[in-house]
Write a protein that binds this ligand. Structure first.
Ligand code: GLN
Length: 445
């Protein structure tokens, strides 16, 4: 049934860039066989799901929705997919995304953007827009996205579903095609907090193949349902600057729900939040410029057709293969890493990253979770982000701080804006506090 709706509905939503029906039916048949034989099934056995197209799948083309990776078929599985495969999860297809996960609307994809199931004249968000569109549109029961500066939480918020960006190090990045390695983290996009906890518990495992993988992640599912009376919810006022009034109103209603559940709202100030966008865009672009150096037409994917020598081949492959947003970030990143500018930009941004990490540590000394908007607005109309790159970057203001500090953050639906589009409430926790964080989200839901 999921395959059928994926095949028919995808024309409308453009959530999938590739469907994998043969493999899906084969896994489903294997689950049937195990059921008939009375074998024990894994928690995610037989569940139809999707993966963002920057998660490596052995034998299945993985493009990051970039022309430069068309035709690239990985010869190994990302650890997260290896885990899910062993559980007999059913991959319906690979999901659309902004090119190399750079964007906020999914529209930098070389396949065109994914649409929002609530209103197809709006974007699904980005960069994991395809996963959010597929899950919200019922073309997959859950999906895995990646979040470098909000790419799980923002599309979840735009599509009215749940998106969890885990603590940095909780989920293996092995086989995730890198954008900005010190920020990237894989996480679930689901229709409920319960589902997010189930998927998180499956994938949050130590992995020796990722040098930043940690052993500290604790399972979250068994914590759902615990009483939150007396829980302190911090509300930093800076996060509400520039937030649209109808979005603010939805958030205020959510905070009232928490008060009625016995939580205590603690208003406070986090002035250093003002640095988070420049810190993010300097550091993420610097890392991207280095990570994307490997696409030279020799090792992966597409190569230009006509060239005289090696240098021209590399130059033409990159000029033809990368889209405008990716090129902009490579240039910006190369610039901030250049001799003479390194101290002025890169080093300053690294220092400020430390300031932001400490600001969150101080905050968690007096509150259990932080509640803020996920995005200052609801889903953009189509083509909105094509107009001005900097305007688009500004809309990431509420999501990037979590990645800068390596914290877990979850977006849960909290009503609708004046335009009838979903609004997201973002809850942020201390490092490796997923059990308490997911329970806080579960209580609201
Ligand atoms: N919108 C942000 C960006 O364009 C976040 C992207 C992400 O998390 N992958 O960089």
């Amino acid at each position: 049934q999921y395959l059928h709706s994926a095949e028919t509905e995808n024309k409308r939503l453009n959530a999938y860039v590739k469907l994998t029906p043969e493999a899906a039916l084969k896994t489903a048949a294997e689950v049937d066989r195990k059921l008939a034989a009375g074998e024990e099934l894994s928690p995610l056995a037989g569940i139809p799901m999707t993966l963002k197209d920057n998660i490596s799948t052995n034998g299945i083309e993985t493009t990051c929705c970039s022309k430069i990776l068309r035709g690239y078929t990985p010869i190994y599985d990302a650890t997260v997919w290896d885990i899910l495969k062993r559980q007999d999860a059913v991959l319906i297809g690979k999901a659309n995304m902004d090119e190399f996960a750079m964007g906020s609307s999914c529209e930098t994809s070389c396949f065109g953007g994914a649409r929002n199931p609530h209103n197809t004249e709006r974007v699904a968000g980005g960069s994991s827009g395809g996963v959010a569109s597929a899950v919200a549109g019922n073309l997959a029961a859950f999906g895995l996205g990646s979040d470098t500066g909000g790419s799980i939480r923002q599309p979840a918020s735009f599509c009215g579903i749940v998106g969890l960006k885990p603590t940095y190090g909780a989920v293996s990045r092995y086989g995730l095609i890198a954008y900005a390695s010190s920020f990237d983290q894989i996480g679930p996009i689901t229709r409920s907090v319960e589902d997010a906890a189930l998927v998180y518990d499956a994938i949050a495992k130590y992995d020796p193949m990722d040098s930043t993988s940690s052993e500290k992640a604790q399972p979250a599912f068994s914590s759902l349902g615990k009483d939150i009376k007396g829980m302190k919810i911090g509300v930093p006022k800076e996060y509400f600057d520039g937030v649209r009034e109808d979005v603010k109103a939805a958030l205020q209603n959510a905070l009232k729900v928490y008060e009625s559940l016995g939580a205590e709202i603690v208003d406070f100030s986090m002035p250093s939040i003002q640095y988070s966008l420049p810190v993010y865009y300097i550091l993420a672009c610097a890392e991207a410029s280095s990570n994307l150096g490997r696409y030279d037409g020799i090792r992966y994917g597409a190569r230009t057709e006509h060239y005289a020598d090696r240098d021209e081949m590399i130059c033409k492959t990159r000029s033809e293969g990368f889209g405008a947003e990716v090129k902009r970030r490579i240039l910006l990143g190369t610039y901030v890493l250049s001799a003479g500018y390194y101290d002025a930009f890169y080093k300053k941004a690294q220092n400020l990253r430390g300031t932001l990490i400490r600001a969150f540590e101080d905050a968690f000394a007096h509150c259990d979770v932080i509640a803020v908007p996920t995005v200052p607005m609801t889903a953009f109309p189509l083509n909105f982000t094509a107009q001005d790159a900097v305007e688009t970057y500004l809309t990431d203001i509420c999501t990037v701080p979590v990645n800068i500090a390596g914290l877990p953050g979850i977006s849960v639906p909290c009503g609708f804006g004046g335009d009838s589009m979903p609004v997201g409430l973002q809850l942020i926790g201390a490092r490796f506090s997923e059990p308490a964080l997911l329970n806080a989200a579960f209580q609201y839901e």
